[in-house]
Each structure stands twice: as C-alpha cells, then as structure tokens.
Design a protein around this ligand. Structure first.
Ligand SMILES: NC(=O)c1ccc[n+]([C@@H]2O[C@H](COP(=O)([O-])OP(=O)(O)OC[C@H]3O[C@@H](n4cnc5c(N)ncnc54)[C@H](O)[C@@H]3O)[C@@H](O)[C@H]2O)c1
Length: 355
C-alpha cells in the first residue's frame, strides 16, 4: 500500500521531539515529503533525514501536488490560517493542540475541513497516552461507578537563565500578542481530560492565574481552576510551567467515583533531587514522562487509519473545540475575577462531544 505523504508546517520543538520520531517509527506507512518553517534551518533539519524538500513558506509546500496530509505544528495563533489553507488544497489535517486561540477560529477550522471534505484531527496526545486510555476503559467498564471528581495537576520547569524556553521574552509563548498562556498552552490538555472523564459539558468555571517569571511579557504561566460539570461532577486542575530550572515534568491525574478511585502519576525512580537557580540534579528519569513516543505513534497511526478507511477520526475536532471552550472560560474567569457560567451549546456544535 502506498505510503501517506506528509507535509509538515512548523518544525520546532514538538515536531522534532515527537512528530518526526513518530513518523520514523511509522516509516512503512508514511513519508515526509516536505517541511516548512519560517526558520529555514528548522525546516532543513526536519526535511534532511527524509530527503524531503524544505520551504520557508507553507504556501509553497501546499502548492505541491504530492501531499496527502498536512501536519501543523506551528504556534496555535497560526493553526487556523494553515488549516484553512491546507483544507483549501484538499489535504487532510492533523494539527497540534490547542486547536486555536479563539472559539471562532476553531469553528472556522471545522467548517473549512467539512466544506473541503477532508479529515481534521487536533493532536490531543494525552487521549493516546496509555495511562489515560486504560483509565478511560476502566471508567467505561463501570469500575468506579459514576464519576464525582476529576483532577489533573501538571508541573514544568522554566528555562535556565538566558536560555530559550516557554514564557521567556524571546519565545512566542511569552508574547501576549500571540499567546493566551498556560490556560490553553498546557491547560487545554487538562480541560480536555477533565471533560472527557467527567463525561459531561462544563456548567461553570472558576480560575485564578498568575505570572511567575520576571522575563515574561504578560502571559500567565501558572493557573488553578475548578469546573462544575452538568450532572454535578467536579473537576480541578493546577499547572505551573515555570518552576526552578530542571524541575522534572510531573503529571498526576486522580479520579474519584461512587464506587472507587483511579490515580495515574509520573513516578520518580530517583532518590534525591537538588534544585538550584541554574540547574537541578536528578539522576535520569525523563524517559518515564508523559510525552512518550508511543502516544504520538498511536496518534498518527489512528489519523492515518481514518484517512485510509475514510472513517471518522478517533477524536472529532468538536471534542478539541469543547476543550478549548472550557480553557477559554477559565481565562475569562481569571481575568474578570468571577465564576463563568457556560450555557449548553446548540446541537450542531455539540455533535460528537461524547465520542
Ligand atoms: N501535544 C503536546 O503535548 C504539545 C507539546 C508541545 C507543544 N505543543 C503545541 O505545538 C505547537 C508548537 O509548539 P512548539 O513547542 O513546537 O513551539 P516551537 O517554538 O518550538 O516551534 C514552533 C515552530 O513553528 C515555526 N513557525 C512559527 N510561525 C510559523 C508560520 N507562520 N509558518 C511556519 N512555521 C512557523 C517556528 O519557527 C518554530 O520552528 C504549539 O501549538 C504548542 O501548543 C503540543
């Protein structure tokens, strides 16, 4: 069977650390034929191992006739633009999360792909991460009964002094013109998981957020929020992206049901960790973290199966839009200092919401 030919737009951190390694793993089924990035060196680095062509403009990539699927891994402020452009040329789109920075952009992406008759999936990698897949199956089997409370906490370190990293002055995530901040950059993962496990739409959201590093230009990098779901389940999440340099990434998910509880967390196979301003010392450990290759391989493989079988994608884009809606409500709550109430949406937009 011919391989699915991929055009990659955005060749930075997540493309290099997750999507390109996943493609290498799936090389019998996919081939990278072109890579585009406004940073020419990044495009060349992504393209070279595949003998693919590199572009500094995604439109030149889209003008090629030999691309079946476009993988978008630019910052989220450009997700709508590239999704619409890819759909207009008849390409299926796998786009990084968060889907967009506004609900209107998310709607436009869904509409563009629907009109063009192409598949769209937002790369919510946690849906393809084994721990959450197993927990979801346990909930579906009725192991814990009705879900009462879901909580996910996440911890990330900031860049070393002078380094380039999320929320630093040099990085797009620290620029309020293009970045909404932690609520959607990482918080959309939590919003999605809370909603997915609660099995209901949010009714109200209450959030506080904060800026915790000096060089940040005004984008909240820490937040804590609580959700009441229709039907009464409660969700809560707290995430920090700017802990001391080297602080190991950490995720803990807890679910309490009427008849039982489930918990998943990154384990620490280490005995001592020392945190300092310029470094942290902890022996090993990163390979056990959440952002693991198998999740990205499953994510790409599932989308390819949908393209090949012309079947619905495993996570409809309406699901990603619903997660974005919840995350944006958290932002609104934090900015206004009040609880945000969410009205049930009309049936069209909720279609697939309980996939
Ligand atoms: N699934 C996950 O868990 C996960 C993890 C990290 C990042 N992400 C998401 O992936 C996206 C990229 O994040 P990143 O960490 O890789 O950022 P990054 O800054 O490391 O890389 C982004 C790349 O996009 C390029 N770019 C920017 N604007 C462009 C444009 N208009 N056209 C072409 N290229 C452009 C930049 O030059 C850069 O190389 C973000 O939306 C982020 O939220 C998802």
């Amino acid at each position: 069977m011919a391989r699915i030919r991929i055009g990659l737009i955005g060749c930075g951190g997540i493309a290099q650390s997750a999507h390109l390694p996943a493609m290498r793993h799936l090389r019998d089924r996919v081939a990278l034929v072109a890579a585009a990035d406004v940073d020419e060196a990044a495009a060349r680095a992504a393209a070279a191992p595949w003998g693919a062509d590199a572009y500094t403009n995604g439109h030149a990539l889209l003008a090629r006739p030999d691309i079946d699927m476009v993988l978008i891994a630019t910052p989220e402020a450009w997700h709508r633009e590239w999704t619409e452009a890819a759909a207009a040329t008849g390409r299926h789109v796998l786009c990084e999360k968060p889907m967009a920075t506004t609900a209107a952009d998310a709607d436009a992406m869904i509409d563009a792909c629907r009109r063009a008759g192409v598949h769209l999936m937002i790369a919510h990698s946690r849906r393809f991460t084994m721990r959450y897949m197993q927990m979801r199956r346990a909930v579906d089997r009725g192991e814990v009964g009705a879900v009462l409370l879901v909580r996910e906490n996440e911890r990330r370190s900031r860049a070393r002094r002078g380094g380039r990293g999320y929320y630093t002055a040099e990085h797009w995530s620290g620029d309020p013109a293009v970045s909404v901040g932690a609520a959607i950059l990482n918080g959309v993962h939590e919003a999605d998981l809370l909603r997915w496990f609660a099995g209901a739409e949010p009714a109200s959201v209450c959030c506080e957020h904060k800026i915790t590093i000096e060089c940040n230009r005004g984008v909240p990098d820490f937040l804590t929020f609580t959700v009441r779901f229709q039907g009464g389940a409660v969700g809560s999440s707290e995430l920090s992206n700017c802990l001391p340099p080297g602080y190991p990434a950490f995720h803990q998910f807890e679910l309490y049901g009427e008849r039982g509880a489930l918990r998943a967390r990154d384990h620490e196979l280490i005995t001592i960790t020392r945190f300092r301003e310029d470094a942290a010392e902890f022996p090993g450990g990163y390979e056990i973290l959440l952002h693991n290759l198998p999740a990205y391989v499953r994510e790409q493989a599932a989308f390819i199966d949908a393209i090949r079988g012309d079947a619905p994608v495993p996570m409809p884009p309406e699901e990603a839009r619903a997660a974005l809606r919840l995350a944006l409500a958290a932002v609104e709550s934090a900015r206004s200092g009040r609880t945000v109430r969410l009205a049930p949406e009309d049936g069209a937009r909720d279609a697939g919401a309980r996939a």
